[in-house]
Design a protein around this ligand. Structure first.
Ligand SMILES: [Zn+2]
Length: 750
């Protein structure tokens, strides 16, 4: 048994050694197709030139095409014994194995140029077996190719960071010159990158790279490749690195476009014409940086913006982060595609379902404490302002973004329907079952992307028609053929034009959101904009999404690491940036209101009950309705209340109790000041029930402890509304005794 084991132990390495005489597969060593793919904006501005990718080269260079400095610098940097070993250095393989056993992972990076080449030809996991296989393949490669050919393969295939492969592409990207013209300083700089293209990225870590360049120059001098004088001169030479902003315009957008083409397909293309407006993109990048700069003290480090043209669905601008090359804030994460909780930003879609079920903008919804069960137990939704607002109109509930009414509506509609609605509007990221989200879906407990939100809001702007956004308009093939890009999904109606219009009308109603957002908020516009904000739990994410008739804009601010922000709401975080972008977009645009579809009617309703107004109603408001849903019922609220005071004729309806009390308004009543109506008309008639009128000459009326007037029979008194909270009281004197009504508390909203 033991003998057999020994034989195996001796024979196996022998066989392995013999197999290294097998020739290296030649198919792996072909030069690969030439890549030069230009990404253009909608006016032909060059956004990026892809010079190489993992499958293709910019141009296959021979040793004599490359600056000799580069070859020497590469050997000094990576493998000074390159011309003397047979593909592997046994000592360093053994050291790597020992470190592997000790640390449980490959630690040592000192592999030969041949081994590194094998690794680029066979990318994959790096474990102990991969390391042994790599050494075996390196031995085979050395038997197949000359040292010169191995070096050619290496400099043409190795990664130089920023998705650039091969020295020719690297030289043109960073230095804007062919690799034959590289100076000693430039050659040492570029030769420094392959050791760790990420850690030594020229755009993100220029100082670390400079340090390694100096080290490489020193090694070159030690090896006798350069004189000490040349070393010192090169070390102090100022390098003119082409700025990243020039080479990587709209970087997240370009990555997004390229991700839509498999590598094989890219190789047949010479240009991609995109929908981006680079002039606009640059302005938005600056606005984003400026706005984030103003929030630096509040723990906000990043933001993202998407702008769509409503008519065509074309992406005009997509900014994924503040700075693509800022590694300390994960700048390469594309904030337009990252999945985050949208807070209240999905509420309009809940309300669109409610309107389809027959509710109207004037319907009353109860904003009172409520409790819901879900799988994790029960929960009570809370409003942002931690208050309850009683019966409020659907318009107010959506415009003020109260949570309780939204949850109550979704409970009645069923979360499944919202889930289906969101999917038909393109929220593919909601991958769980509807039951997983439950009614919390309307409060944003599912994670979605900014692009998805903008896509869905653009459907509202388009009168309910969903259209997949586009980023590419045309393709230029290498053979000169021009190819338009077909539209992947046909436009489809999802929400009726009338319902979409009512939602738009509410989201564009600056007065309706005032109770929640205040008069002076950044979401007031001198032109038509429908807008909604969202803030995720603990202020981690902050959104503003909205549209003018022509453009849909989405803004996210937050942190990629999920750190909460301090005191940032939709209004103070993403709101000002949203406004800046909308103003920029609509400069010079005709100021039109959203197109009103057929089947919309405007009618007057009582602001308190949402029903047909009566004489007794305290003013009326205009409301928009889907034809056929205008309320026909007279306001019962004010008729009932006022009847009790029509003293003479309807005595039988008088309260039977002997209480002296205020009968209108009632405690808890809320009034809203109509922004259109003149203030002097905005008054209510205070009424009191006086059980036995004999002996009472007059009733005195008090607001917040101040007497505002007195009224003889029938004792009612007009009070002009003003914003605030009020306690109303009536007093009277009978037989020398003062009667006092219980206080009535009301709120008047602006
Ligand atoms: Zn009324």
């Amino acid at each position: 048994m033991r003998k057999r084991f020994l034989i195996v132990l001796l024979v196996l390495p022998g066989i392995a050694f013999l197999t290294t005489f097998l020739p290296f597969p030649g198919s792996k060593l072909g030069p690969g197709p030439v890549i030069s793919l230009r990404l253009l904006d909608r006016d032909g501005v060059l956004l990026r030139e892809v010079l190489s990718d993992e499958g293709g080269r910019c141009r296959w260079v021979r040793l004599e095409d490359v600056s000799p400095h580069l070859l020497k610098a590469t050997i000094a940097a990576e493998d000074k014994l390159f011309f003397f070993h047979r593909g592997v250095r046994l000592l360093s393989v053994l050291r790597a194995l020992r470190q592997n056993l000790r640390h449980g992972g490959v630690v040592s990076g000192a592999s030969t140029i041949t081994q590194q080449l094998v690794r680029t030809l066979y990318p994959g996991r790096r474990n102990i077996w991969a390391k042994l296989r790599e050494a075996w393949l390196a031995l085979r490669l050395e038997r197949t190719l000359t040292k010169q050919d191995i070096l050619v393969q290496y400099i043409n295939r190795i990664s130089y960071g920023n998705q650039v492969y091969g020295i020719e592409a690297a030289s043109r990207l960073y230095m804007d010159k062919p690799s034959s013209q590289l100076s000693l300083a430039e050659a040492a700089f570029l030769a420094a990158i392959p050791r760790s293209p990420t850690r030594l990225n020229p755009y993100r870590a220029p100082s670390a790279l400079k340090k390694r360049q100096v080290d490489i120059l020193a090694k070159m001098s030690e090896l006798g490749f350069v004189t000490e004088a040349a070393r010192d001169r090169a070390g102090s030479e100022e390098l003119l690195l082409l700025p990243a902003a020039e080479r990587f315009r709209a970087p997240h957008f370009c990555d997004f476009v390229l991700s839509q083409f498999p590598q094989a397909e890219r190789q047949g293309l010479s240009a991609i014409e995109t929908t981006l407006d680079y002039g606009l993109q640059q302005k938005i990048e600056i606005l984003l940086r400026n706005n984030l700069g103003g929030m630096s003290g509040r723990g906000v480090s990043n933001g993202a913006v998407v702008v769509l043209d409503n008519g065509t669905g074309e992406i005009l601008s997509l900014v994924g982060s503040r700075d693509f090359f800022d590694e300390s804030h994960a700048g390469q994460v594309n904030g337009a595609l990252a999945l985050r909780q949208p807070g209240s930003a999905l509420k309009p879609f809940t309300y669109s379902l409610a309107l389809e079920k027959g509710l109207t903008a004037a319907s009353l919804i109860d904003d009172s404490p409520a409790q819901y069960g879900n799988m994790e137990g029960s929960y009570r939704p809370q409003n942002y302002d931690r208050r309850f607002h009683g019966l409020i109109s659907l318009r107010a509930a959506l415009a003020c973004s109260y949570n309780i009414p939204a949850v109550a509506l979704l409970q009645a509609i069923g979360p499944d329907l919202l889930y289906l609605r969101l999917h038909s509007l393109g929220f593919a990221s909601l991958k769980q079952d509807p039951g997983y989200y439950g009614v919390g879906l309307t409060l944003g407990n599912g994670e979605v992307s900014l692009l998805e939100l903008v896509r869905a809001y653009a459907a509202l702007a388009r009168q309910g028609t969903y259209l997949r956004e586009r980023s590419i308009v045309g393709l230029l093939r290498k053979d000169g053929e021009k190819e338009p890009v077909p539209i992947r999904e046909a436009a489809k109606p999802v929400i009726s034009p009338q319902v979409a219009y009512v939602i738009t009308h509410i989201l564009a109603d600056q007065d309706a959101r005032t109770p929640s957002f205040g008069y002076h908020n950044p979401l007031t516009f001198p032109f038509s904009v429908a807008v909604k904000t969202g803030t995720s739990k603990d202020f981690r994410d902050n959104w503003t999404v909205g549209y003018s008739p022509r453009y849909t804009v989405g803004v996210w601010v937050g942190n990629f690491d999920g750190e909460p922000m301090h005191n940032v709401s939709g209004i103070s975080g993403s709101g000002p940036l949203f406004k800046d972008i909308m103003v920029l977009l609509n400069k010079g645009e005709a100021r039109t209101w959203f197109v009103e579809p057929e089947g919309i009617v405007t009618a007057k309703v009582c602001p308190r009950s949402g029903l047909k107004p009566t004489e007794a109603c305290p003013g009326v408001v205009n409301e928009v309705f889907v034809d056929g849903t205008v309320p026909l019922q007279m306001c019962t609220y004010h008729r009932e209340r006022s009847c009790t005071n029509l003293v003479a004729k309807e005595k039988d309806e008088l309260p039977t109790s002997a209480r002296f009390e205020v009968t209108f308004p009632r405690s808890g009543d809320t009034f809203k000041i109509d922004p259109v109506l003149r203030m002097e008309h905005q008054r209510i008639r205070l009424r009191a029930a006086v059980p036995a009128t004999e002996g009472i000459a007059k009733v005195e009326w008090w607001i917040n402890g101040d007497k505002i007037g007195e009224a003889p029979f029938p004792f009612s008194f007009f009070w002009n509304l003003r914003p605030g909270s009020f306690t109303i009281k009536a007093t009277a004197v009978r037989s020398g005794r003062v009667l006092e009504s219980p206080p009535v508390k009301v709120v008047v909203l602006t």
